[in-house]
Design a protein around this ligand. Structure first.
Ligand code: PLP
Length: 429
C-alpha cells in the first residue's frame, strides 16, 4: 500500500500532566541515589544512562523485594495449604490489585501476567485473533509499530488468509488520522496501535483512535510498552479493549509484563497455553478451564517478577505519574534544544505530542559509531533500527542513534550528551 502522506498528522489532546508540578531537581537527586546502577562509572566517568526505552534501571526497593522473596517468602502460589504458599499467593495477588489500580482497570481479573508486551500481543493474536479473524479480514496497525506489534499479526494473517493494513505517518512521525479513518472497513477486525513510539517518541491520540474504531464496533489493542512507564494510564477511561506493557521498562524486573483485557472479551476468548492453574478439572475426556485471569496463566508463574513489578508500581505511584510526565517533558525540551543546536545533526521524530525519546542522525557518522564513541564518554544510548525497521524505511535511513529518558535523568546529563556529540563530530568531520 502507499504510505505517501498528506500532512495532517494527529495531535493528542494536551497532556493532563501539563498542569501538574514536575519532580524537582532535589527530588531527582534523591531518586538517583536509590538506583545502584546509576552509581556506576565507565572510563572513569559517572555513567549517563540514556537507554531507558530499551530497559530502565531498578531502584533498590525493587531489588530488595526480589531478595526478600527468595530469602523468606519463596513458595509456589495458589496450590499450597502451608504458610509460605499462602504468603507468596497473597503477595502475588496483591501485586495484581496494585497493577489494576495503576492501569485504572475496573476489575482485578482483567489483569493477566505475561512475560512482557510482546507476549501480551501474541496472546491476543493467538486467542482473540484466531477466534475472530478469517480470510479477507483486516487488521490495522501503524507505520511506527515495534516489530512485536507487527509480526504476531503477520503470522495470524498468513494463517488465516487475512490482510495487515498500515496507517501511514507524516514527516514529523505523526499518524495520518484522516487516512486511518478511511482505512477502517467492514472487514477490519482489530486496530492494534502503539501508544508511544519507541523509535520516534510520538504520543498517539489513542483516545480518539479508540472512539473512531468503537464507532464502527471495532476493538482496539494499545501497545503501552513506552507509555505506561512515563504517564498516567487509565484503561477504563481510554476505553481500550486490550493494553499491554513490560515490567522491565517500568523499573521492574525482566520477564514480567501485563495484558489488560476487558473482562467480557477475555471471558469469551479461548485459552492459549494449556497446563496447571488454568483448569478447574481435567479428565482424559474433558477439561474444564478456569475463569479469568487464571485461564491465561498456565503453569508456575514468574512469582518474584510479579512481586518485583508490584514494588516498582508502588515506587512510581509514590512519585506520581503526572509529576514524572511533567519532569520528563522538561527534560525532553532541554534535550531537544541541546541537540538542535548541533550543526549536522537531525532529529528523527518531531511530533507535536512527544515523549522522552531523542532519535537522531548525523552527517558523516553512522549511528553505531556515534553509540560507540558516546560509550567511551560514559554515555549509554542505543543505535540501530530499534525493532522498528518500517520506521527506518519510512525515513529512508538505516538506523538512528537514540537517547531515551527516564525521571532519574537530569539536564546536566543531556548537556554532557551534547558535549560528547560535539566530540563525535570532530572525529567524523
Ligand atoms: N512495544 C514497544 C513500543 C516497545 O518499545 C517494545 C520494546 O522495546 C515492545 C513493544 C516489546 O517489549 P518487550 O520486549 O519487553 O516485550
Amino acid at each position: 500500500m502507499s504510505t505517501k502522506p498528506t500532512d495532517v498528522g494527529a495531535v493528542d489532546s494536551p497532556a493532563p500532566s501539563s498542569k501538574q508540578a514536575a519532580l524537582t531537581d532535589a527530588e531527582v537527586q534523591k531518586i538517583r541515589s536509590e538506583f545502584p546502577c546509576l552509581q556506576l562509572h565507565r572510563h572513569g566517568k559517572r555513567l549517563v544512562y540514556l537507554d531507558n526505552a530499551a530497559t530502565t534501571q531498578k531502584p533498590r526497593a525493587v531489588i530488595e523485594a526480589l531478595s526478600r522473596y527468595y530469602e523468606g517468602q519463596n513458595a509456589n502460589v495458589h496450590r499450597g495449604v502451608h504458610y509460605l504458599s499462602a504468603l507468596a499467593t497473597e503477595l502475588y495477588e496483591s501485586a495484581r490489585k496494585r497493577i489494576k489500580e495503576f492501569l485504572g482497570a475496573h476489575l482485578v481479573c482483567e489483569i493477566i501476567f505475561t512475560r512482557g508486551a510482546t507476549e501480551g500481543i501474541n496472546l491476543v493474536a493467538q486467542t482473540f485473533g484466531r477466534q475472530h479473524v478469517g480470510p479477507g479480514d483486516e487488521i490495522l496497525v501503524s507505520e511506527m509499530e515495534h516489530h512485536s506489534n507487527i509480526v504476531p499479526w503477520q503470522m495470524l494473517c498468513e494463517e488465516k488468509g487475512a490482510n495487515l493494513r498500515v496507517i501511514p505517518i507524516n514527516d514529523r512521525g505523526e499518524l495520518l488520522m484522516d487516512q486511518y479513518e478511511a482505512m477502517l472497513t467492514d472487514r477490519t477486525r482489530l486496530v492494534s496501535i502503539v501508544h508511544v513510539s519507541n523509535a520516534l517518541g510520538t504520543i498517539n491520540p489513542v483516545r480518539q483512535i479508540i472512539q473512531i474504531a468503537h464507532g464502527r464496533g471495532i476493538p482496539v489493542l494499545v501497545d503501552g510498552a513506552q507509555s505506561a512507564p512515563h504517564m498516567a494510564i487509565n484503561v477504563a477511561e481510554l476505553g481500550c479493549d486490550f493494553f499491554v506493557c513490560s515490567g522491565h521498562k517500568m523499573m521492574g524486573p525482566t520477564g514480567i509484563g501485563v495484558l489488560y483485557g476487558r473482562a467480557e472479551l477475555l471471558e469469551s476468548m479461548p485459552p492459549w497455553h494449556g497446563g496447571g492453574d488454568m483448569i478447574l478439572s481435567v479428565t482424559f475426556e474433558k477439561t474444564i478451564y478456569n475463569g479469568i485471569p487464571q485461564k491465561f496463566e498456565a503453569g508456575t508463574p514468574h512469582i518474584e517478577g510479579v512481586i518485583g513489578l508490584g514494588e516498582a508500581i508502588n515506587y512510581l505511584q509514590n512519585l506520581g505519574m503526572p509529576r514524572i510526565q511533567a519532569y520528563e517533558a522538561q527534560l525532553l525540551d532541554h534535550g531537544t534544544r541541546v541537540l538542535e543546536a548541533i550543526d549536522g545533526l537531525k532529529i528523527i521524530g518531531t511530533a507535536r505530542e512527544k515523549a522522552g525519546v531523542l532519535s537522531f542522525i548525523m552527517d558523516h557518522a553512522h549511528p553505531h559509531d556515534i553509540g560507540q564513541l558516546l560509550d567511551e564518554e560514559g554515555i549509554a544510548i542505543r543505535a540501530g533500527h530499534h525493532c522498528a525497521q518500517p520506521v527506518m524505511q519510512r525515513f529512508q535511513i538505516p538506523a538512528t542513534a537514540r537517547a531515551s529518558l527516564a525521571f532519574y535523568n537530569t539536564r546536566e546529563e543531556l548537556d554532557l550528551l551534547g558535549e560528547a556529540i560535539l566530540k563525535v563530530k570532530k572525529v567524523f568531520g
